[in-house]
Design a protein around this ligand. Structure first.
Ligand SMILES: [Zn+2]
Length: 293
């Protein structure tokens, strides 16, 4: 082998070895590589809706998803006050294993995940949790809408806001089983979600000022997360009712890639914590007027 070729081979092998070492040492890179390999865009699309991709065994469910997606997309465009930046991609999985690979978390227990501009749906939404399919899909499309506009690398808004927005825009998607009244009562009783600055979902989810009591008949983690999401959704809806123009101003700023906290203050003339306290005090006042009725 000529020397120059041997050298090129050497570099090539060194590169492959370095890539393999990086994948072995960095689980996040390994998850990202598996997700790219299982990207929903690589799957076939529903005949009359190129946005909905599916694993062949999930064809019937994917056709139902395409039907629902038309309504869900219109609902999100109306709630966010703007069309999608690009047609949203939806992935319908039949295999829990492939779904876990595609969602880049290696976790098949989550009902749906938005990743790289696509809403990925767990097989459970075509099976045991079919009743949540429409609300969860609509919720995820809110995330797809916001992330589709934001420039790459723009600062992420805090999780309480993106989840609250998705719950509000989907009329309760992601917070199924926890009603508005229950969430309001929990806020009045002091079991209040903490609006901290965390940008990423972790396994503990959103926190509470005081841990809410557990209902032994329900899955504790699911119940806790849905209560947190419902409270965040109520607050986001309250912000919107309070000043619709300010709310849309904030959304447009986030879509342009601006940071959350200063954009919030410019839009509402106050910070989120102050307005959260006002929201809570409004709730206690409405209790007093309820009591008078
Ligand atoms: Zn969400």
């Amino acid at each position: 082998m000529p020397r120059i070729m041997a050298k090129a081979w050497g570099f090539g092998l060194a590169f492959i070895a370095a890539a393999m070492l990086a994948l072995a040492l960095r689980p996040d890179l390994r998850l990202a590589a598996r997700a790219a390999w299982n990207d929903p865009r690589l799957l076939p699309a529903v005949a009359d809706d190129a946005r909905v991709h599916y694993e062949p065994e999930a064809r019937v469910c994917a056709e139902a998803v395409a039907e629902i997606a038309r309504r869900a997309i219109a609902q999100i465009e109306s709630a966010h006050g703007r069309p999608f930046a690009q047609p949203p991609v939806i992935g319908v999985y039949a295999s829990y294993e492939n779904y876990a690979s595609a969602n880049a978390m290696g976790d098949s227990d989550i009902a749906a995940v938005t990743r790289a501009g696509a809403a990925l749906l767990s097989p459970t939404l075509c099976g045991a949790e079919r009743h949540r399919l429409e609300s969860v899909l609509t919720h995820e499309l809110s995330h797809v809408h916001l992330s589709g506009w934001r420039p790459l690398g723009a600062p992420r808004p805090p999780q309480w806001f993106t989840e609250g927005l998705a719950v509000m825009a989907s009329n309760g998607g992601g917070a199924e089983g926890v009603g508005d009244d229950e969430a309001v009562q929990a806020i009045r009783d002091g079991y209040r979600v903490v609006l901290d600055g965390r940008r990423w979902i972790d396994f503990a989810g959103l926190g509470f000022e005081i841990e809410p009591p557990r209902d032994p008949t329900k899955n504790a983690l699911t119940q806790r997360q849905r209560l947190a999401y419902r409270q965040a959704g109520l607050f986001v809806a309250w912000l919107r009712r309070r000043d619709d123009a300010a709310f849309l101003h904030l959304l447009r700023a986030l879509e342009a890639g601006e940071a959350f906290e200063p954009s919030f203050e410019v839009a509402f003339g106050d910070d989120a914590q102050q307005l959260w306290r006002r929201f809570i005090s409004d709730l206690s006042q409405s209790r007093r007027s309820d009591a008078r009725d």
